[in-house]
Structure formats: structure tokens, C-alpha cells
Design a protein around this ligand. Structure first.
Ligand SMILES: [Mg+2]
Length: 139
């Protein structure tokens, strides 16, 4: 599975990607520099994307417009989105919640690696295919 990291700052994208990898997730990381590119990337990869981490302030299409756009497209609308942004007021968080039913979490910058891990771990745990009590056919 894949994780899409959307941020107009290349440094932020790299930092988030490294935190995800160091936390032990083996997902392939896709990157997008704004909401428009993120929509295109999702259109090509939506079947494999387990999570989108999305900045708010970006040129062309910002994070709020992105989650509003994604919410209108049924196959993509199910993908959990976590906002990762400096916009940390209760108003902004509420605005993001109203914008898309797929908003699964909210992380305010600056954040620590454990904070990111705490938010994304339960989301990824839900989307991973798990087998329990597998009968391997051995006596
Ligand atoms: Mg930004």
C-alpha cells in the first residue's frame, strides 16, 4: 500500500516521509506539491493509497479545497485524510471536518515523530489486510 504526502514544501515532504519510514511503516510514499497534483496522483493510485497526509496552505489548490474535491468523488472519498498544518485553531479544525467525511485526523505543525505516529497508526491498522486463524492445511 501507499501513503500520499501533500505539501508545497519539499523539506516538509521529506521530513514526513522519513518519520513514516522510521516509525516502521513499509508503505511506498508518493509526494505531491499541491492539491491539483495530489488529485492527479490519487486518480492514478487510489486503489493502493491507504492514507493521505495533507498540508493546508499550498498554491493552486490548498488542502481544504483538496479534501472538498476528494469528498465528491466516490471511490477516492473513502481514503482517510489527515491534515498536517500550521492552521491549528478550533475554527480551522472544524472547517476541515465539515469539508470532507474522510477527514481521519489532524496534526498541527510543528509536531514530533511520536505525535505523527500516534495519529496515523490506528488509521493504517484499519486499512491493512489481516489474516487471523489461517488454516495452512498442515495436520
Ligand atoms: Mg504549505
Amino acid at each position: 500500500m501507499k501513503i500520499l504526502v501533500v505539501d508545497d514544501s519539499g523539506v516538509q515532504r521529506k521530513m514526513i516521509s522519513q518519520i513514516i519510514q522510521k516509525a516502521g511503516f513499509d508503505h511506498e510514499i508518493l509526494e505531491a506539491c499541491d492539491g491539483e497534483v495530489a488529485i492527479q496522483t490519487l486518480a492514478q493510485n487510489y486503489k493502493d493509497v491507504a492514507l493521505v497526509l495533507c498540508d493546508w496552505n499550498m498554491p493552486k489548490m490548498n488542502g481544504l479545497e483538496f479534501i472538498q474535491g476528494v469528498a465528491k468523488v466516490p471511490p477516492v472519498a473513502q481514503i482517510p485524510i489527515v491534515m498536517v498544518t500550521t492552521e491549528g485553531t478550533a475554527d480551522k479544525i472544524e472547517q476541515a471536518k465539515q469539508a470532507g467525511s474522510n477527514l481521519a485526523g489532524y496534526i498541527v505543525k510543528p509536531f514530533t515523530p511520536p505525535q505523527l505516529k500516534e495519529v496515523i497508526s490506528p488509521i493504517l491498522a484499519k486499512t491493512e489486510f489481516k489474516v487471523s486463524g489461517y488454516d495452512q492445511g498442515e495436520a
